[in-house]
Write a protein that binds this ligand. Structure first.
Ligand SMILES: [Zn+2]
Length: 228
């Protein structure tokens, strides 16, 4: 039976960078992958482009990435930097969890330099809880529970301790590297060398995992007591 992986980021690019090796590797094994961005991340726009134009470009970049992995990309309608801390956004994410019934959910670690990242971590955890319980007429669809793993993101590094390593294949690493090149900021950001950092981190994490490549995840204390 194939698995489904739902990777949720605050901005387009977060899921692609921090979980893309795993998503690419799993997609080549026949699993289904979905990226869900709560905002487009359009305020990191390049100087030559308006925020609105960059938003459209980013949505296309997310779509191109997901298509290269035979998956789907979903982008919610919230503005970058203005993600609301509401029940509605939690229910919107919970609806996606019930719809796609993921085996595993990936999202941000709870501490971050970016307010949208911190909030996304909380929203996804609450949404995962809501998706698994009876929310009455607030939430339609069949109940579904999936564990949440917190991805390794340089912006979310405070007190992040890797616990689970998921290995990537050579083919997955190659596909991920090609797919990341669809994103302008990953290749061209003047503020951080995203492509270099994440492609090399996957090699370093692979060393710890005794594999060629890997991405690392943290989990809650209570999950550490579960033996899979
Ligand atoms: Zn982000």
């Amino acid at each position: 039976m194939h698995n489904t992986y739902l990777s949720i980021g605050a901005h387009i690019g977060d899921a692609e960078l921090t979980t893309g090796l795993v998503l690419a590797t799993k997609s080549l094994e026949g699993d289904k992958i979905i990226t869900l961005a709560l905002t487009a991340g359009e305020r990191g726009n390049p100087k030559h482009m308006t925020v609105d134009d960059y938003r459209l470009q980013k949505i296309k970049e997310a779509d191109d990435f997901a298509k290269m992995l035979q998956g789907e990309s979903i982008v919610l309608n919230y503005r970058d930097g203005e993600l609301p801390d509401t029940l509605d956004v939690r229910l919107e994410v919970a609806r996606m969890i019930r719809k796609y019934k993921p085996t595993l959910i990936f999202t941000h670690w709870k501490h971050s330099m970016h307010k949208d990242h911190q909030l996304t971590s909380k929203i996804v955890e609450d949404a995962s809880f809501f998706a698994g319980i009876d929310m009455g007429d607030k939430l339609e669809g069949e109940r579904h529970y999936a564990p949440v793993y917190f991805a390794e993101n340089w912006e979310d590094s405070e007190a992040f301790t890797p616990y689970v390593y998921i290995a990537g294949s050579h083919e997955g690493y190659d596909l991920w590297k090609r797919a990341m090149q669809t994103h302008w900021f990953i290749m061209n950001s003047p503020s951080f060398r995203y492509y270099d950092y994440y492609t090399h981190l996957a090699v370093v994490r692979g060393c710890y995992a005794r594999k060629d490549y890997a991405q690392a995840f943290s989990v809650h204390e209570y999950q550490k007591k579960i033996i899979l």
